[in-house]
Write a protein that binds this ligand. Structure first.
Ligand code: ZN
Length: 380
C-alpha cells in the first residue's frame, strides 16, 4: 500500500508567554505523526497528567485540554500537514492550554497515558480507523461472548457454638461441612464458569437468616448447604439431598416468622424443637436450611446431585427428599441441602473425616453444578 507518512516534529518555541509561575509545568514539547488515515499526537506532561480529550464537528476536530499546563512549545514547522490533520492550533483555555487538531474528517481519538517516571508521563492521542484485524477479532469475541460466571453460594452448615450433629466418638458435623465446602469452593474457583462464595470459611456461628441474606447480597445463582446427618438408628447411612416442600415451607415459614418477631436471632439460643420435623430421618437437618427448593430448578439440581453423589458414596435414599425446613425464603435462588452422610453411622463418620473423601464429595458437587448450568444456562 502506498501510504505516505509525514512526521512533523514540533520544536520548542514559546508561542504562549504566560504570566503564571511556570515552575510546576515547564515547556512541553509535543510530536505529531500522521498519514492519510491516522495520526498520533504525543505530548509529555510533567507534574499533573490531567487532560481532557474530545471531538467537535464543523469543522471536524479533536480537542485536547491540559488544564495544568501553562505553557506549551508548539511547532516551528510550516502548517502544511499532508495527512489527516489539517492544522494544529494551540491557545489558552482557562488557566491551562487547549490544543486543537483540525481533521480532514472526523475520527474518534483514543487516549493513553504512559508513565515515564514518578513525575513525567506521555499523553498519547491516537486518531485511527479501527485496525481491520482487531475489529474482526473484537467482532468474533462479541459474537461468542462468554456468559457471565455463575455465582455459587456454598453454605457450610453450623459453625461456632453450633456444632451440628455430633458422632458417638465426638466428631462434629460443622467441621465436616466446612471441609467439603472448602474443597468445593477451591474446585469451583478453578473453573472459569463459576464464582464461588462461602457463607463461612472458618468456625464461626452465622444465623440462618444471615446465610440467606449473604446469598442474596452475592446475587447467587445457586445455593448449596452442606451438612452431615444423624439418626437415632446407628445403621442409617449414606448421602441425601433435600429441597424444600412447598407446603412445609409455607407453614415452617409462617411459624418461623411468628417466632422471630423480636429482633433477637432465635437460633442464637438453644435449638427450638418447634422447627423439627416429625420425621426422625430428617429431623436433624431441619434446623439449618434456609432456602426454598420447590421450583423445578432445585428439583433438577438435586436429582443431578444425587446421581453424582451416588458415584462417590452410597445413598441413603435414591430420591430427592422434600422436607418442611425452617426457612427464610430465597424464591429466586435454586437451592438444595446435601447431607453428605451420617455422623451417627460409624463407617460414614470415619469416611466423612477423611480429606480425600471430602474432595470426592466436592468433585461430585462440582460436577452437579456444572451439569445443572449446562442444562440451564444463565440468561444472556
Ligand atoms: Zn446440619
Amino acid at each position: 500500500m502506498d501510504r505516505r507518512r509525514f512526521i512533523t516534529t514540533l520544536l520548542a518555541t514559546c508561542l504562549l508567554p504566560s504570566t503564571r509561575a511556570l515552575a510546576a509545568n515547564p515547556l512541553t514539547p509535543f510530536t505529531l505523526q500522521e498519514d492519510d488515515d491516522s495520526a498520533s499526537f504525543v505530548i509529555e506532561l510533567e507534574g499533573s497528567h490531567e487532560h481532557k480529550v474530545f471531538t467537535l464537528d464543523n469543522p471536524p476536530r479533536v480537542v485536547i485540554d491540559l488544564p495544568q499546563v501553562s505553557r506549551i512549545a508548539p511547532s516551528t514547522a510550516p502548517r502544511q500537514h499532508a495527512g489527516i490533520v489539517k492544522d494544529v492550533r494551540t491557545g489558552r483555555h482557562g488557566d491551562g492550554i487547549r490544543i486543537v487538531l483540525d481533521l480532514k474528517r472526523l475520527k474518534q481519538p483514543k487516549t493513553h497515558v504512559r508513565e515515564l517516571d514518578a513525575h513525567r508521563a506521555q499523553l498519547i492521542v491516537s486518531i485511527n480507523d479501527p485496525d481491520p484485524l482487531m475489529a474482526a477479532v473484537t467482532a468474533e469475541a462479541e459474537s461468542h461472548h462468554q456468559p457471565r460466571k455463575a455465582i455459587i453460594e456454598i453454605d457450610a452448615g453450623h459453625g461456632g457454638k453450633d456444632p451440628g450433629c455430633i458422632s458417638a466418638d465426638d466428631h462434629y458435623e460443622k467441621y465436616v461441612a466446612l471441609g467439603v465446602a472448602d474443597a468445593l469452593k477451591a474446585r469451583l474457583h478453578a473453573d472459569p464458569r463459576f464464582e464461588p462464595s462461602l457463607t463461612r470459611d472458618s468456625d464461626i456461628f452465622i444465623p440462618l437468616h444471615q446465610r440467606v441474606l449473604m446469598a442474596r447480597d452475592h446475587h447467587a445463582d445457586l445455593f448449596i448447604s452442606i451438612h452431615a446427618d444423624a439418626a437415632p438408628t446407628p445403621s442409617a447411612s449414606g448421602a441425601s439431598v433435600y429441597i424444600l416442600s412447598e407446603h412445609g415451607a409455607s407453614s415452617a415459614m409462617a411459624r418461623w416468622l411468628a417466632e422471630s418477631q423480636n429482633a433477637a436471632d432465635r437460633y442464637d439460643s438453644t435449638r427450638d424443637s418447634n422447627i423439627y420435623s416429625d420425621d426422625p430421618d430428617v429431623q436433624s437437618v431441619l434446623i439449618d436450611l434456609s432456602m426454598r427448593g420447590t421450583d423445578v430448578a432445585s428439583q433438577k439440581l438435586a436429582k443431578t446431585t444425587l446421581g453424582h453423589l451416588g458415584e462417590v458414596t452410597h445413598l441413603h435414599q435414591h430420591r430427592v427428599n422434600k422436607a418442611a425446613f425452617a426457612v427464610l425464603k430465597s424464591p429466586d435462588i435454586p437451592s438444595m441441602l446435601v447431607e453428605t452422610g451420617f455422623m451417627s453411622n460409624r463407617a460414614d463418620c470415619k469416611r466423612l473425616l477423611i480429606k480425600s473423601h471430602q474432595q470426592s464429595l466436592a468433585e461430585a458437587l462440582h460436577q452437579s453444578v456444572a451439569d445443572f448450568f449446562e442444562a440451564n444456562p444463565l440468561p444472556a
